[in-house]
Ligand binder design. Structure first.
Ligand SMILES: [Zn+2]
Length: 106
């Protein structure tokens, strides 16, 4: 343990931040891959990566708005991922709790 004391605290903070970022980045990548592999409940076509990226951008914006309205809250647990099908343009709602796309209307 004594070698840890010889490391400047700023280095420990930087390493901790880097590890945190890597964990977040890997989880984010896995989430995108999962979204991209989901199938549209309307026509059965896979959503693909671009729809997943768009859904993530939309959800982040929704979380940003929620934080503006509810300072101190972390995220809106009800916030859904809205996926637009590239094949039939139907809108699907991904439920993280259910792990699947629910709804889906043209
Ligand atoms: Zn579709």
């Amino acid at each position: 343990m004594s070698f840890l004391l010889s490391i400047p605290p700023i280095v420990l903070v930087a390493v901790g931040g880097l590890v945190g970022f890597l964990v977040w980045w890997l989880a984010s990548r896995r989430q995108l891959a999962k979204l991209a592999g989901l199938e549209c409940p309307h026509c059965g076509a896979p959503y693909g990566r671009s729809a997943a990226v768009a859904a993530r951008r939309q959800r982040r914006a929704a979380i940003g708005r929620y934080r503006t309205w509810h300072p101190g809250s972390r995220i809106d647990p009800e916030a859904e991922w809205i996926l637009a099908c590239p094949a039939c343009a139907a809108t699907g709602h991904f439920s993280p709790q259910a792990g699947k796309v629910v709804g889906g209307s043209a």
